[in-house]
Design a protein around this ligand. Structure first.
Ligand code: GAR
Length: 202
């Protein structure tokens, strides 16, 4: 049986789209996209999921909510949907510890740099590319890793390098990293982990 997979999103959802497309052409046979969970009600990723017939839900963190309570709300959705594997694809909320503990080595994250560069607290989205350009690196890229309690600190699963070009802006660099690294790397890494999960069931 396929691995029931939830994709956590907060924004545009181009990485979610890469997973949907991979699944459509048979490149993600082991992972069934069973739920898209968004931290924001206005995330365009939700529309992408609906267009593909994937169930969606929104779990926002209210200001007065403790991390534990937020984690419990997320876990409830995961249990309800019998989720075995979680993919953070542009999920811009810190994942509570109780979720990380419950899904040890079963949560993946995609980060738009070559970890350990430009990662950790405060490094997300365009910020990552702004910092890479400021530092003047000639190579950047993307990393898929397991999620543990250290932000962007879990075991690395896959990485792909991308060249920085003369005249790049954070936006042009972000686009190139997505096209040349993220959208290829993420489906492959998810398939790899899902396949291993299937083998470990036997
Ligand atoms: C992606 O570039 C992803 O790597 C990044 O946010 C973007 C989401 O785009 N994630 C992080 O920065 C996590 N620290 P998307 O919604 O179009 O997939």
């Amino acid at each position: 049986m396929n691995v029931r997979t939830a994709v956590f999103v907060s924004g545009g959802g181009t990485n979610l789209q890469a997973l949907i497309n991979a699944r459509a052409v048979g490149q993600l046979p082991c992972a069934e996209l069973s739920l898209v969970l968004s931290s924001r009600a206005d995330a365009y990723a939700l529309t992408r999921a609906e267009k593909s017939g994937i169930p969606t839900c929104v779990v926002t963190k209210a200001r007065d909510m403790t991390a534990d309570a937020y984690g419990e709300a997320l876990l409830e959705k995961l249990r309800e949907n019998r989720i075995e594997l979680v993919v953070l694809a542009g999920f811009l909320t810190i994942l509570p510890e109780n979720v990380i503990k419950a899904y040890e080595r079963r949560i993946l994250n995609i980060h738009p740099s070559l970890i350990p560069s430009f990662c950790g607290k405060g490094y997300y989205g365009l910020r990552v590319h702004e910092e890479a350009l400021k530092r003047g690196v000639k190579l950047t890229g993307a990393t898929v890793h397991f999620v543990n309690e250290i932000p962007d600190g879990g075991e690395i699963i896959a990485q792909k390098a991308v060249a920085v070009e003369e005249g790049d802006t954070p936006e042009t660099l972000q686009r190139r990293v997505m096209e040349q690294a993220e959208w290829l790397l993420l489906p492959k890494a998810v398939e790899h982990v899902a396949e291993e999960l299937i083998h470990s069931r036997r």
